[in-house]
Design a protein around this ligand. Sequence first.
Ligand code: LHQ
Length: 258
Amino acid sequence: PVLSALADGVLRLTLNRPDKLNAFNEAMHRALRAGFERAHADENVRAVLLTGAGRGFSAGQDLGDRDPRKGGPVDLGHTIDTLYNPLLRLIRSLEKPVVCAVNGVAAGAGANIAFACDITLAARSARFVQAFAKIGLVPDSGGTWSLPHLVGEARAKGLALTGEPLDAETAANWGLIWRVVDDAALMEEAFALAVRLATGPTKGLGTTKRAIQAAASNTFDEQLELERDLQREAGFSADYAEGVAAFLEKRKPEFKGR
Ligand code: LHQ
């Protein structure tokens, strides 16, 4: 249910249940989690590119798999605990860039997973839907955190309470995603960006990600101290030495990711 390919330091993970718009069942969850676990463990992976096969990015939870009519109540808290939350934590805690290429509709958890990635590009035809509102659920996969942080409470509530689709252009204008790309150019552009990040100073980029995420719960002063600590660490990295040397020697740096 997930295609996985490593090339040029980029681990490309492609959600692959196209006839269901890549809706999440348990098998797809486990495969995607395995991909992100590999990204954590394998030093040859220096960036991740997440995308979907077919006309959709992901329609969120496969509702056929969580149908309350099929025998007894469904404990969705358990589903979140065992499947969604571990995935979201793996994405956010990975100290390497995660690029997301939203190739088509992203609904429910599908949308919020895209918002949790570090740099999200979307095809011009893509749209984002907080589908939870239409089935009596609450946004999950970090949506109730990501939405207000990215676009403020007014827009967060507008999206989450109405479930109205948001087009890619507006999503970019609002700051939910990084950029919109023409449909035909999306994969090439997203892969090129991921390769560029994968040839970068991985440790420094990973630490930068950590610092920016920490800002959500730190005061300005705490953040200054965190920056000092992280900069101290970065200053001892091989890639910093290489970056400075390359600059002074007027040549292209060759970062090793350490
Ligand atoms: C689907 C789905 C789908 C199954 C399209 N499931 N088949 C976490 C914890 C535990 C449980 C609950 O949830 C969560 C997190 C969540 O993600 S909750 C939100 C779940 N997602 C939704 O409610 C979205 C439901 N889908 C839609 O609203 C539409 O399909 C969207 C807006 C995504 C796309 O619309 P269209 O482009 O018009 O496509 P379509 O509706 O015709 O769908 C194509 C096929 O995919 C269709 O199957 P069929 O056999 O008729 O061709 C759909 O039934 C199937 N599909 N989403 N989530």
